[in-house]
Design a protein around this ligand. Structure first.
Ligand SMILES: Cc1ncc(COP(=O)(O)O)c(C=O)c1O
Length: 317
């Protein structure tokens, strides 16, 4: 029977220097982190995952994982909502990331993917056996970080809380975003924005969204069928703490995006990615705005530990 390796974030392959994977308490050669074709993970997408980032500080020669506690807590919550057997507690989930990074010892920024999934060969209603994997790959700034990206409002509708809960990071959820992303790319855009089943703006396939209109930050609320994004919450804090701006969390119409002064995506992978046009209508002058730029600066400064602020966001590897 064919076996497939657990792969990197973008289906990536083994990268020199990163040839290890964590699997169920052990750090193994990357190619040995296997999952069976008959597993519910393969058959039904029965998995939950986190994408984390760790930032290399060249001046201090240290690597910090960003917001590891928040990611560990959300992964446990995702597994609970899918009624997986309770095999891995918060401490084990958290330690798994650090265990792998302490073997690989990267001296560059990395993206980490941690998955809890249904192993074995069970049926659709299986609750176990449960496995946990972690892999890490080199990473850099997301596409469009400097110049912005072109987005398309998708004709695909965002999944909703009564179908597949977007609030959690369930592997199967991502088939919804995949359809939107493939359509957008085929149509010549960089990314998609999905509306929810009530016709309001939800999010991108892998990131949340903010707009700035007349100095007021606005973002779809957590009942708009979005992932409960960790970065989104931190953006709200940064906007308040450093820029004195209170974010309004509410339903957002698509045409509000066309007339906004600034629109950006946020997320672990997206960091803060400016959107320069939507449906070929340019956002303001088509250039990243001042609030977007400032949030990029603040986020990277804290993440990399170049700023002394918010040390609780960083965990030393
Ligand atoms: C669908 C979706 N929305 C939003 C986000 C942003 O979430 P976070 O800030 O927790 O990374 C992600 C993942 O990164 C995502 O997959």
């Amino acid at each position: 029977m064919a076996k497939r390796p657990v792969t990197g974030i973008d289906g990536g392959s083994q990268v020199p220097g990163f040839e290890h994977a964590y699997l169920n308490g052990q750090v193994l050669p990357y190619q040995q982190a296997m999952v069976h074709v008959q597993s519910p993970a393969v058959k039904y997408g029965a998995g939950v995952f986190e994408g984390l980032r760790a930032y290399w500080n060249a001046a201090n020669q240290v690597l910090n994982v960003l917001l590891i506690d928040e990611h560990s807590a959300r992964l446990g919550q995702s597994a609970r909502l899918l009624r997986f057997e309770d095999r891995f507690g918060f401490d084990q989930i958290r330690a798994a990331v650090l265990d792998l990074l302490r073997v690989i010892r990267p001296q560059q920024d990395v993206h980490i993917r941690q998955t809890i999934y249904l192993d074995g060969d069970g049926a659709m209603d299986a609750n176990g056996p449960v496995s946990m994997s972690v892999i890490a790959v080199p990473s850099s700034r997301p596409k469009g970080f400097d110049a912005g990206i072109a987005c398309q409002i998708s004709s695909w509708t965002r999944i909703n809380d009564n179908t597949l809960p977007p609030r959690i990071k369930c592997t199967a959820n991502y088939m919804n975003g995949r359809l939107a992303l493939l359509q957008a790319k085929q149509d010549g855009y960089d990314n998609a924005l999905l509306l929810n089943s009530n016709g309001f703006v939800a999010e991108a396939p892998g990131a949340c969204l903010f707009l700035i209109k007349d100095g007021v930050p606005v973002t779809p609320g957590v009942t708009s069928d979005i992932l409960e994004s960790i970065t989104r919450r931190k953006m709200i804090e940064l906007l308040s703490e450093y820029l004195g701006l209170r974010t309004v969390e509410r339903e957002v119409h698509r045409t509000e995006l066309y007339s906004a002064n600034e629109v950006f995506l946020c997320g672990t992978a997206a960091e803060v990615t400016p959107i320069s046009s939507i449906d070929r209508l340019s956002v303001s002058a088509g250039k990243p705005g001042p609030v977007t730029r400032e949030l990029q600066r603040l986020l990277l400064g804290i993440a990399r530990g170049e700023s002394d602020d918010h040390p609780e966001w960083r965990t030393l590897v």
